[in-house]
Design a protein around this ligand. Structure first.
Ligand code: GLU
Length: 473
């Protein structure tokens, strides 16, 4: 059997990390078994459709390397891949079910349904359709349809028995058929519901493994009854755990830490995002965290998807991103990071700018952060944090350390890191200070920060004049 998976987003807006994790797992399911990854657009809810969303989905998938082998943007033999272009197909199959007696035309109007809802409300039970139209003779129903009466097509659920299946992640799922509602397959506007379209499309597109969120876990038996009515073999189901947030807020496209484009625009690298998201709900066999997409394709195993929610933590993503930045080739890093640098560098030499950016390569977790860490190289004034001030006031030796360092720096004629190191050593030896009380005051006074790259490199980049000005403040 050829493994074929699909990512089937509804085009309702920008992608967030939860959407991308779904796409990634579907992609990895396919690639880990030498299969094909298909992009299908589920646009049957016309009201929720957002202009430009499909382009955005395609661009995002390309950007992060999850290129569909087939489907929207890639073409293929099983199209159209927009559900809105498949209405005639759904209608045909729904009518086939009606013919078989496994579905029926329902003419109940809003008024009647509202009454049923009110009754259910009053009884504090969930509303389910009562099967009112199930027994209308087919001839009569067809006549009413031909007369232009408004209708929906509903699935006729068996009144007894049990439907069960084994989900790859959650194990056996069982449902009493008597509890299942005669759900709508085709709405009165001629559009299918998700509940119907997913079955028809997954079958016709030869999807072998269905990856989707676990919110569909318990409705899957209804879909299996449809497969059974048609006499089709059902796919393997991989219901995936939710992604929740470490800070317990809800994932939203509007939140900057969750919105994919926002993350990319702030300088999170697609490789880092993919690497991190793969570990949200999946764990590799070996004890390893860093994976390229290629490596993930090999290591991924659907049996190791967890049924516990994946916990998204921006701090952890920053850690992955910092790792990827640190390991970028210098040349690639420089051209990438320059696109985030907002300071005017026209009066600086290219060599100085490059040295500065390289010095801070290992000290940023995302692109725009470069502007925070190099800020004091571009301004005359800086504000010290309380923590810095506390350290400067923590010991009587501190002013002496700074004073001595000023005189050492003043004497340097050849401005290079070796001489700067020597100056630091001279302070250390003459005052007999070391460690925290030596380096921290110098770093704080010179650069305005308590932490950062090697002290001599920072001071070298600041230049003699600026260093002295800062130290004398
Ligand atoms: N269109 C559905 C959604 O966005 C997809 C569910 C599925 O993958 O079957 O939730």
């Amino acid at each position: 059997m050829k493994v074929r998976t699909r990512f089937a987003p509804s085009p309702t807006g920008y992608m967030h990390i939860g959407n991308l994790r779904s796409a990634l797992f579907a992609y990895l399911t396919a690639k880990s078994m030498d299969g094909e990854f298909i992009l299908r657009i589920e646009d049957t809810d016309q009201e929720r459709k957002v202009e430009g969303a499909v382009d955005f989905i395609c661009q995002t998938l390309n950007l992060v390397g999850l290129k569909p082998d087939e489907g929207v943007g890639a073409g293929g033999m099983y199209g159209p891949y927009y559900q809105s272009e498949r209405l005639a197909i759904y209608q045909k199959y729904a009518e086939e079910l009606v013919e078989k007696g496994d579905a029926y035309y329902c003419f109940c109007d809003e008024e009647r349904l509202n009454k049923l809802r009110e009754i259910a409300n009053a009884r504090k039970v969930p509303f389910t359709y009562d099967g009112h139209c199930a027994n209308i003779p087919l001839e009569e129903a067809r006549r009413r349809v031909a007369n232009g009466e408004k209708y929906v097509i509903r699935q006729k659920m068996p009144k007894e028995g049990v439907t069960s299946y084994v989900d790859t992640v959650y194990g056996e799922i069982k449902v009493e058929n008597a509890t299942l509602e005669d759900q709508i397959l085709i709405k009165s506007d001629g559009f299918p519901t998700y509940n119907f379209a997913n079955v028809i499309d997954d079958h016709l597109m030869k999807i072998s493994h269905v990856n989707r969120g676990n919110e569909y876990l318990s409705s899957t038996p209804k879909y299996l009854l449809l497969y059974k009515s048609f006499g089709w073999e059902s796919p393997i189901y991989i219901h995936q755990p939710l992604v929740i947030k470490a800070d317990r807020t809800k994932i939203s496209k509007r939140n900057k830490d969750d919105n994919l484009m926002d993350l990319i625009n702030r300088g999170f690298l697609p490789e880092a995002i993919i690497n991190y998201l793969a570990l949200l709900g999946w764990s590799p066999k070996e004890n390893k965290e860093i994976f390229t997409l290629k490596e993930l394709e090999e290591a991924f195993d659907i049996k190791r998807i967890s049924n516990a929610p994946g916990c998204y933590d921006i701090k952890k993503l920053e850690w992955f991103n910092a790792h990827y930045i640190k390991n970028m080739e210098d040349e690639k890093y420089l051209s990438w990071i320059k696109s985030y640098l907002t300071y005017d560098v026209t009066d600086k030499t290219e060599d100085w700018v490059n040295k500065l950016l390289l010095t801070y390569k290992g000290h940023i977790s995302h692109g725009v952060q470069i502007n925070d860490v190099v800020k004091n190289f571009f301004t005359d004034e800086y504000n010290l944090s309380d923590e810095c001030i506390e350290l400067l006031e923590s010991d009587e030796i501190v002013p002496l350390v700074i004073e001595k360092f000023i005189s050492e720096i003043e004497q340097i004629t050849d401005w290079n890191t070796d001489n700067i190191k020597l100056a630091v050593d001279n302070v250390k030896n003459s005052l007999n200070v070391k460690g925290k009380l030596l380096y921290m005051p110098l770093r704080i006074k010179a650069s305005g920060y308590m932490h950062g790259p090697e002290l001599d490199a920072c001071i070298y980049l600041l230049g003699k004049e600026k260093t002295l000005n800062n130290l004398r403040k």
